[in-house]
Write a protein that binds this ligand. Structure first.
Ligand SMILES: Nc1nc2c(c(=O)[nH]1)N(C=O)[C@@H](CNc1ccc(C(=O)N[C@@H](CCC(=O)O)C(=O)O)cc1)CN2
Ligand SMILES: Nc1ncnc2c1ncn2[C@@H]1O[C@H](COP(=O)(O)OP(=O)(O)OP(=O)(O)O)[C@@H](O)[C@H]1O
Length: 192
């Protein structure tokens, strides 16, 4: 009897995006704020040694990491993704995000300080507890993390609603940059 093949990465991405949308749109503002505050409370004790922490400006259905960035200590810099154009590699510049970027996400201005983060808070569509991640499918984080890890010991921490953690292991491609840990509103998952 034929064994059904596992769903492809694009199929899993689309299904997980649909599920994330349904989940996020059912949250009212108070519930959402409570989840994001709980996320920050769990994440912050793990960020103490970082000099620069990169986050992201959240898109509509993503959990926001901005409460984490707002609570960094005065010696720590907050960074956000920045693109010169759609074809260029993702960089990080000092927060806040003030202008639309080429991918439809707000980003810092081009004259904000360029930063090499030692911790990157990574948005995701779906991840498993081993740190395999599915993102939006452009490879922006895979490439940026490969570049940063070639130069220094950078930690990648996935940031997610609890419902974005897959119980079964996800398929990993050779270029996938694994997450070191994942933080949700209820738990910290060490992946390595
Ligand atoms: N909040 C956030 N910022 C981020 C990312 C992310 O996943 N989330 N990125 C992760 O790499 C980078 C931007 N990469 C992107 C790659 C693809 C699309 C994209 O396909 N957008 C859809 C519309 C998305 C939507 O439904 O809102 C599109 O343009 O059709 C967007 C950003 C850096 N900044
Ligand atoms: N280090 C890399 N160098 C060159 N190309 C890469 C690298 N990492 C990923 N890519 C390319 O990026 C594309 C998308 O990869 P993938 O589907 O794994 O994205 P994703 O991890 O879901 O999304 P993202 O990282 O943007 O959030 C692939 O076609 C892959 O060839």
């Amino acid at each position: 009897m034929a064994v059904p093949s596992p769903p492809s990465k694009p199929n899993r991405r689309q299904a997980a995006r649909d599920a994330r949308r349904a989940f996020a749109r059912a949250l009212d503002a108070d519930a959402r704020n409570a989840q994001e505050a709980a996320l920050a409370a769990i994440a912050l004790p793990h960020l103490g040694s970082a000099r620069a922490v990169a986050g992201y400006h959240p898109m509509r259905d993503e959990i926001s990491p901005l409460a984490i960035l707002d609570a960094l200590t005065p010696g720590q810099a907050a960074a956000l993704p920045w693109f010169a154009d759609r074809d260029s590699r993702m960089m990080f510049r000092a927060a806040p995000a003030t202008e639309p970027g080429p991918w439809g996400v707000l980003q810092p201005p081009g004259d904000a300080e360029a930063l090499a983060p030692d911790i990157v808070l990574v948005p995701l569509v779906l991840a498993d507890r081993h740190g395999t991640r599915i993102g939006l499918g452009k490879g922006h984080y895979d490439r940026a993390l490969a570049h940063l890890r070639a130069a220094s010991d950078v930690k990648a921490i996935g940031v997610a609603w609890d419902m974005q953690i897959s119980e079964d292991a996800l398929p990993a491609d050779p270029w996938d940059a694994p997450l070191d840990a994942i933080v949700t509103p209820s738990r910290w998952i060490d992946c390595r």
